[in-house]
Design a protein around this ligand. Structure first.
Ligand code: UDX
Ligand code: UDX
Length: 441
């Protein structure tokens, strides 16, 4: 079967490469010419573990990339994976979805179904159906649940597959069940529903996970002021099967390309339906405040931080990705720079460091910018001479570093652990002043 995937970002690339690895003939389409050239040369423009190896294996054989929509006419199925960013008011901006739909309309040819993978507000798939009215194509909603850094694994081992159909679109149901046959054989739950339910499942899942994080983050402030230890609280709560241990790690807040914008979009969707969304508004609000609260905690420790130098360990919004979108680490760097501090930044993922260079418009040879921001390629240089170390991603590699050696390199011996990844006792024993989240330990 021939398949087209429109949009070669974090989601579209996994979809294209993953389907090629299943043996389908896949054409990836993206408006970005330089990205298309890189991909056709087997070079992955973004960092996602295992993706480049798989791309290299299939490129030129089962897989190709182009900027032209013409190839669509030979595809039976088209996956729509363009970005759906947020606009200035917090609504989802659908301009890429609609412009892609308008372009593909001219080339539909033999295509049987268009599958919407991008996260879109409730009602969008139906709007697309109206927009493509008159074209001989069925439309399906099939949201993705990929976590960056784990995306290939999530593609190959999904918890569930959601397919939202219009009740009369029977051809596409058969085609999609064929594409996902491997998963159906593995008894992975397949939820067949209507467009609107499928769209809401995606928002509900992300909003629930984000709410778990904001819930524990709110309580972490109470723990911080009392003698409670939030890590132990999370652990004990998580032992209750009804609660579950995942997404209960207190920290400096959630970031990334999904949670922040999806929660804001869901709030707007409720409001435009005359509903006052109290819980998710609080989720968003707690998240916005968390990084500022952590910043104040750092400031309070020093009194005045202007002229102080900090090592910020973590640039991306989480480990194993190069994605800086809504990164708590970057937000903290901005707050510290504005207060006159100097920042030495580091991330284990080289592409995350490269993206930070580009974002701040840094000169790599000097690694310096007017704001007093330096980015280093290794951790030892980053921590040398600093007045404090700040942890901003929950990267396990940090636990394998030699913290006794690092102790001797810093000017002041203090760690602000924004992700609670360290054993506080171990750090105290080395001699550090250790300040985690939600703990006096
Ligand atoms: C995806 C989903 O699309 C989004 O709805 C979901 O919430 C998160 O995941 P993502 O893959 O992260 O977005 O987006 P991005 O990495 O920005 O990639 C989008 C790609 O689409 C880019 O390569 C861009 O060049 C391409 N694009 C955009 C097109 O090919 N055509 C367009 O008209 C617009
Ligand atoms: C998320 C969803 O998990 C995925 O299903 C969806 O399709 C896209 O959005 P992703 O954005 O890649 O995936 O990252 P995720 O692993 O969910 O983490 C999001 C943020 O929450 C990160 O900033 C992370 O540091 C933070 N987080 C996560 C916490 O602060 N505490 C936790 O316990 C878990």
């Amino acid at each position: 079967m021939k398949i087209s995937v429109i949009g070669a970002g974090y989601v579209g690339l996994i979809q294209a490469v993953g389907l090629a690895s299943f043996g389908f003939e896949v054409t990836g389409i993206d408006i970005d010419d330089s990205k298309v050239k890189m991909l056709n040369n087997g070079v992955c423009p973004l960092y996602e573990g295992g993706l480049e190896e798989l791309l290299k294996k299939h490129i030129g054989e089962k897989l190709q990339f182009t900027t032209s929509y013409k190839k669509i006419k030979d595809s039976q199925v088209i996956f729509l994976c363009v970005g759906t960013p947020q606009d200035e008011e917090g609504n989802t901006d659908l301009k890429y979805i609609f412009s892609a739909a308008d372009k593909l309309k001219k080339h539909i040819g033999d295509s049987k179904c268009l599958v919407v993978k991008s996260t879109v507000p409730i009602g969008t798939t139906r709007l697309l159906k109206e927009r493509l009215n008159g074209c001989n194509i069925e439309i399906v909603s099939n949201p993705e649940f990929l976590r960056e850094g784990m995306a290939l694994n999530d593609f190959l081992n999904p918890d569930r597959i959601i397919l939202g159909f219009d009740k009369n679109d029977l051809t596409s149901k058969e085609i999609l069940e064929g594409i996902y046959q491997k998963f159906i054989e593995k008894n992975i739950p397949l939820i067949i529903t209507n467009y609107e339910t499928s769209e809401l499942i995606k928002y509900a899942s992300n909003a629930f996970l984000a709410t778990k994080i904001s819930f524990i983050n709110e309580l972490s402030k109470l723990a911080d002021k009392t003698n409670a230890d939030i890590k132990t609280v999370s652990h004990a709560m998580g032992l209750d099967d009804r609660i579950g241990k995942k997404f209960l790690n207190a920290g400096i807040g959630y970031g990334g390309s999904c949670f922040p914008k999806d929660i804001k979009s869901l709030i707007k969707q409720c409001e435009s339906n005359d509903i006052n969304p109290r819980i998710i508004t609080a989720t968003d609000d707690v998240n916005e405040r968390q990084i500022k609260w952590f910043f104040e905690k750092i400031k309070k420790h020093y009194g005045d931080i202007s002229g102080k130098t900090f090592a910020v360990l973590g640039l991306a919004f989480k480990p194993d990705t190069d994605d800086l979108r809504e990164s708590a680490g970057i937000k903290l760097i901005d707050l510290l720079l504005k207060s006159g501090a100097t920042i030495k930044g580091f991330d284990y993922v080289q592409k995350a460091r490269d993206n930070a260079y580009n974002m701040y418009n840094l000169d790599k040879s000097k690694a310096f910018y007017g704001y007093n921001l330096y980015i280093f390629d290794n951790l030892v240089e980053t921590v040398t001479g600093v007045d404090g170390i700040i942890i901003t991603v929950e990267d396990n590699r940090l636990n394998n570093e030699n913290w006794t050696k690092i102790f001797n390199l810093t000017h002041e011996k203090i760690i602000f652990d924004g992700r609670n990844i360290f054993d506080s006792e171990k750090m105290h024993n080395i001699g550090y002043v250790y300040m985690g989240i939600g703990s006096k330990k």
